[in-house]
Design a binder for this molecule. Structure first.
Ligand SMILES: *Cc1c(COP(=O)(O)O)cnc(C)c1O
Length: 192
């Protein structure tokens, strides 16, 4: 995030010569504050956000950007007409009416995410710091075999093809417990 703050500072300089776009798709899950307050006075800083993650509404395909009014006006000129269906708009408005409830789930998910990080480390895994709703853990000599081992125990995680690492999305406490049990078994089996 330090680098992002530097980029945001650059966005204020006339010499930057380009827009600096910061993707805050997982912003609501972060330990750190949004860069939203930095937009004021930085006409080249653009933040993109989405309802896909924090609002649990990936099917809506609704995102938005926050930027200086001049940037927003320019985007209005080039955006497609009727790019958001009436149903999407109605659903998004309904979701916004329940912002407190929906963002309340984010707080619970963040707590579960942090619990996953802590417990995976206790089990003996390496874990990458996470500001999202998922956690990268490893290291496995053969990540794909580990992925299969978890699947054999009824737990589906993601193999992103990063050698040695897998990715798990934080779920309900019961789902996370089942995942952690499966990892414990797997670690026992592979170290035996
Ligand atoms: C989900 C996501 C987005 C936004 O996706 P939409 O569903 O199209 O709004 C943007 N960036 C990243 C890294 C994401 O994971």
């Amino acid at each position: 995030m330090l680098a992002l703050h530097d980029a945001a500072q650059d966005a204020r300089a006339d010499t930057a010569g380009a827009l600096v776009v910061v993707d805050e798709a997982y912003g609501e899950f972060s330990h750190r504050p949004s860069l939203l307050p930095l937009i004021e006075g930085r006409p080249r800083l653009v933040l993109s956000r989405t309802m896909s993650k924090a609002f649990g509404a990936a099917g809506l395909r609704l995102g938005y950007l926050a930027a200086d009014p001049a940037v927003v006006d320019a985007v209005q000129l080039v955006r497609l007409p009727y790019h958001l269906s009436a149903v999407t708009q109605a659903t998004a408005l309904a979701a916004l009416e329940h912002t407190d409830t929906l963002l309340g789930y984010v707080e619970a998910l963040k707590a579960e995410r942090d619990r996953l990080v802590g417990e995976l480390r206790t089990i003996g895994c390496e874990v990458t710091e996470s500001d999202a709703n998922f956690v990268q853990f490893g290291r496995f000599e053969d990540a794909h075999a580990a992925w299969q081992g978890l699947l054999d125990r009824g737990v589906l995680v993601r193999d992103n093809g990063v050698p040695g690492w897998l990715r798990v999305t934080a779920g309900t406490p019961a789902e996370n417990d089942a995942f952690l049990d499966a990892v414990r078994e797997l670690m026992k089996e592979t170290s035996a």
